[in-house]
Design a protein around this ligand. Structure first.
Ligand code: ISJ
Length: 114
């Protein structure tokens, strides 16, 4: 039986401790988000057409998956869903920029619209 994330939260005697603990978690989260962002470049490389950048079915599948994971970890599914929807919008915008950059650099094949 693994420990739920919510049970790892430490009681804090001051706001300074609260913020130090949040800063420590952000030092773990940000590198993971940057690594996740790297997969937007990989997605842009692997998608033949720019109209495939936003994939609604994939977005909804991720939302359902992370809501279940949030519940299993003792968190609030609605909070995690809101974070993920906002995060994915930022990543989709980034993926569009990456798609355009890769096209401009000649690193993507030219698709012919049928
Ligand atoms: C990375 C993808 O592109 C977009 C970004 C997503 C994400 O941030 O996880 C999910 C769906 C896509 O709209 C993908 O299609 O998987």
């Amino acid at each position: 039986m693994t420990t739920r994330a919510i049970d790892k939260t430490q009681p804090c005697a001051s706001m300074a401790e609260v913020r130090a603990r949040i800063d420590a978690l952000d030092d773990i989260l940000v590198p993971l988000l940057v690594e996740r962002g790297g997969y937007m470049t990989q997605a842009a490389l692997n998608k033949p057409r720019e109209d495939q950048v936003r994939d609604e079915a994939r977005i909804e599948a991720i939302v359902q998956r992370v809501r279940a994971r949030a519940a299993a970890e003792g968190g609030e599914p609605d909070v995690i869903e809101a974070i993920y929807r906002s995060m994915m919008e930022a990543y989709i915008a980034y993926e569009h920029r990456e798609f355009a950059r890769l096209c401009a650099e000649g690193r993507k094949g030219q698709e012919v619209t049928p």
